[in-house]
Ligand binder design. Structure first.
Ligand code: NI
Length: 424
């Protein structure tokens, strides 16, 4: 059902975001979706790039808008290969694809072994508000949305739109994150890419004249990973965040008596975490809990939360993680100086693959990007582009050791520490 009057959101990336369907409007107004306003898109990146305070809400609307634009171009150009009946499913999945994100999601996920994709699926199926809206379309509709997210839905072009190497999700977050962090390198010509996308033989392909914009897009992705997402200062704040939860979890399992432990956080430490408790959690909630934890009797929990709130982060240095003995030696050294290495030392090694094609024997469905030429043939993009060949399949990893420089200074053990790290 269409809205009587189109709704419009002003947006710095897409200028305007248009909502024409009642269902989309109602989903935006659910508690579960409004909660995304209180979750920062880039977690702790604002400690590195102070502008990066944008929310999952704005990103989700952006992914919806890109999907809407692609579909309306397909409809306007009357491409026969676009399955018209999938419009609403594609729009809804675009809108809800990140509904399961928790506060500082990626960092928390590692401690609690939850992942936002699983939560997105659970919320779509179990949250009463959202489910009630979706079953108005079709009793099976919530399941179809989950199938698209699982990449098991029958019509693969819908999956390509939401989750592939050239999807609406990435197209939005690269531009949005570049804009809010204020960096220059994340940009590429979105309008151009949208104009050259085609539904073709069940896939989403790019007309060959648009290949250079796709090269730009992939390079921008490469740059954003290394300059923004994997910035060592951001990693340092994430490490502290993880250590806080790891410490709290350990204290909780040792029956530590917290002077303040909010109920939904307690659920995090227990198995069978339920969706109501999960959906209460957002960034402000966690900050409030941290404020109380700065006053706890446990010196580690209190120090780590103070560090986090006041941005007293760990310093970092390049480190080869394969030197296991050396690492043990460093840990022993900290331990003997009254510093618990479990909470004050970390080797972190993020890695990224900018573009790849499926290779036999490897897991996962990586659909490559196809270019459509004048003869109507589709060619995997790295066969056409020198630039893409140069970044394809190259997994880059950055190993760093994170440590509390201030404590080492205080205890006058910094020089011995560095001598150990450098192996002298
Ligand atoms: Ni997303």
């Amino acid at each position: 059902m269409k809205l009587q009057e189109e709704k419009v959101f002003k947006d710095p990336i897409h200028q305007y975001i248009y909502v024409q369907d009642r269902l989309i409007w109602d989903l935006i107004n659910t508690k579960g979706f409004q909660r995304l306003r209180r979750i920062k898109q880039l977690g702790t990146s604002y400690y590195t790039f102070h502008g990066a305070e944008h929310s999952r809400f704005s990103h989700s609307l952006g992914v919806y808008e890109i999907t809407r634009k692609i579909i309306s171009l397909f409809e306007r150009k009357q491409y026969k290969e676009w399955p018209k009946e999938e419009r609403m499913l594609a729009l809804v999945t675009a809108l809800l694809h990140d509904i399961g994100h928790g506060p500082f999601s990626h960092s928390i996920e590692k401690v609690f072994q939850v992942n936002h994709e699983e939560w997105s699926k659970r919320i779509i199926i179990e949250d009463e508000d959202i489910r009630q809206l979706l079953i108005q379309v079709d009793g099976q509709f919530p399941q179809y949305v989950v199938d698209v997210l699982n990449k098991t839905y029958d019509t693969s072009i819908v999956i390509d739109l939401i989750s592939s190497q050239l999807d609406a999700d990435r197209m939005d977050y690269l531009l949005r994150d570049a804009y809010y962090t204020g960096v220059n390198y994340g940009t590429y010509d979105l309008e151009r890419i949208l104009r050259v996308l085609r539904p073709y033989q069940g896939k989403l392909v790019v007309k060959d004249s648009g290949m250079h914009s796709v090269e730009d897009y992939l390079m921008s992705r490469y740059q954003m990973y290394w300059q923004v997402y994997f910035h060592p200062v951001t990693r340092s704040s994430e490490i502290i965040l993880r250590k806080i939860f790891a410490r709290a979890k350990e204290l909780y399992s040792n029956q530590f008596s917290f002077s303040m432990l909010f109920e939904p956080i307690k659920h995090l430490f227990e198995p069978g975490f339920d969706i109501q408790a999960y959906m209460v959690l957002d960034d402000p909630f966690i900050y409030t809990q941290f404020y109380f934890w700065t006053k706890e009797k446990d010196p580690i929990l209190s120090d780590l939360t103070t560090r986090f709130l006041h941005r007293r982060l760990f310093q970092y240095i390049d480190f080869t993680p394969y030197e296991k003995e050396k690492l043990e030696e460093i840990k022993g050294f900290l331990q003997s100086n009254g510093i618990d290495p479990m909470y004050y030392l970390e080797v972190d090694s993020p890695s990224d693959l900018p573009y790849d094609i499926y290779r036999p024997g490897k897991e996962g469905r990586i659909s490559p990007i196809y270019v459509l030429n004048q003869q109507g043939e589709t060619i995997e993009i790295s066969k056409q582009s020198e630039i893409i060949v140069s970044i394809m399949g190259r997994k880059k990893t950055d190993h760093k050791l994170f440590y509390p420089a201030d404590i080492l200074e205080e205890k006058s053990i910094a020089s011995t520490f560095f001598a150990l790290v450098k192996g002298k």
